[in-house]
Design a protein around this ligand. Structure first.
Ligand code: 3PG
Ligand code: MG
Length: 398
């Protein structure tokens, strides 16, 4: 790939049109997890210090091309300002041309939710031209939006010098280290509810890594395919052929698939429900599997202990409910310990993964934890992400 990093350019006196992902979770009108904002801001501060001005574009929620006041980026402005340590001006797209032209070096303008524009999701060149006119250099710092071919992530990169931001570069470096050129032995931990939503991920991973540990509801479907009774456990009876195909592909590529030898079962799907540990092929008819058991944790730990590369996507059990978070937490701590000891590179991301690692209190100890959801999964599927391809193909001359 030939992607230019904005940090390699002399940005003094330039106006940067920066695509960020400020699509943060909100609760009761407040930002409930500011990780995306703070990480983005950390990367922008040095550019501001070097004399750049920033015009920041982002989406927020899914307004589908219409103005929805509840999804205004105004609500993010104060958090962004705090994280950047400077005032942030705000403008609708109609006002943005004038506001951007008036920016002095080290000043910041946040533009209203780009998905209020019908052209955004259509990747409309006319909208891209309006966005490109807001500055001199395009910076895509939103890896987590790179699976979308939208005007602010794709079409705009054809219209002006296009570069990757610091957060985008960090994501690409971490994912490349974990999946494109992993140090062997490499282990992928793949959890989550359904095989059907991760068929492409599993099929790609078994061609890339040495071991795949399967957890969560997905492991149930693998166990079911091997003839284990499921009781009332979540599983997908119609994905047995898929499981067989994944196993065949793994065998062909020398990848070992690991399933839990024991499981924790309960009669009720609720926190602190009475539970017991049984062999993986012995789920009682009236019970459901909610976590991997202690023998599984021990076996999975042995797999991790020899690993040089660990890639993690998805929880191993119903981690939102104690005590069914036990296997996820135990394995997350093991991965964190191995990383801290310098024995492996650990990269995690996608969907519930960050929440699970936060619950285990180990996020900071992983080599890299991505805040991307769909984009992380599509990367794990081996797909070309349009936002990355657009940077790769972009003109590099000033
Ligand atoms: C995300 O939250 O995963 C990104 O911001 C992308 O949002 P989207 O799925 O609405 O495109
Ligand atoms: Mg370029």
């Amino acid at each position: 790939m030939s992607i230019r990093a904005i940090t390699d350019l002399d940005v003094a006196g330039n106006r940067l049109v920066v695509r960020a992902d400020l699509n943060v979770p909100m609760a009761e009108g407040r930002v409930s997890d500011a990780t995306r904002i703070t990480r983005f801001a950390e990367g922008m501060k040095p550019l501001l210090a070097r004399g750049a001005a920033l015009v920041i574009l982002s989406h927020f929620g899914r307004p589908k091309g219409a103005t929805d006041p509840a999804l205004s980026l105004r609500y993010i402005r104060d958090d962004l300002s705090r994280a950047l340590g400077c005032p942030v001006k705000f403008a609708s797209l109609d006002e943005a041309g004038e506001a951007a032209a008036a920016l002095q070096p080290r000043q910041v303008l946040l533009v209203e939710n780009v998905r209020f524009e019908p052209g955004e999701e259509r990747n409309d060149p006319a909208l891209a031209a309006r966005l490109a006119a807001l500055g001199d250099i395009y910076v895509n710092d939103a890896f987590s939006c790179a699976h979308r071919a939208h005007a602010s992530t794709a079409a705009i990169a054809e219209l002006m010098q296009a570069t990757a931001g610091p957060l985008m570069m960090a994501e690409l470096a971490a994912l490349t280290r974990a999946l494109e050129v992993p140090q062997p032995p490499s282990v992928a931990i793949v959890g989550g509810a359904k095989v059907s939503s991760k068929i492409a991920v599993l099929k790609h991973l078994v061609t890339k890594v040495d071991h795949v540990i399967v957890g969560g509801g997905m492991a149930n479907t693998f166990l079911f395919a091997d003839g284990a009774p499921m009781g009332r456990s979540l599983h997908e009876a119609d994905e047995v052929e898929t499981v067989k195909a994944i196993r065949a592909l793994a065998a062909k590529h020398g990848c070992t698939i690991h399933l839990p030898p024991d499981v924790v079962v309960a009669r009720e799907f609720k926190a602190r429900a009475a539970s017991e540990t049984v062999a993986a092929n012995a789920c009682p008819a009236d019970a459901m599997i909610l976590d991997a058991g202690p023998a599984a944790v021990a076996a999975f730990r042995d797999v991790l202990a020899g690993a040089r590369t660990i890639l993690w996507n998805g929880p191993l059990g119903a981690f939102e409910m104690e005590p069914f978070d036990a296997a996820t937490v135990a394995l997350a701590r093991t991965a964190a310990d191995l990383t801290r000891a310098g024995l492996c590179v650990s990269v995690a991301g996608g969907g519930d993964t960050v929440a699970a690692l936060n619950a285990a209190g180990v996020t900071a100890q992983f080599t890299y934890v991505s805040t991307a959801g769909g984009a992380f999964l599509e990367w794990l599927e081996g797909r070309v992400l349009p936002g990355i391809a657009a940077l790769d193909a972009a003109p590099t001359a000033a």
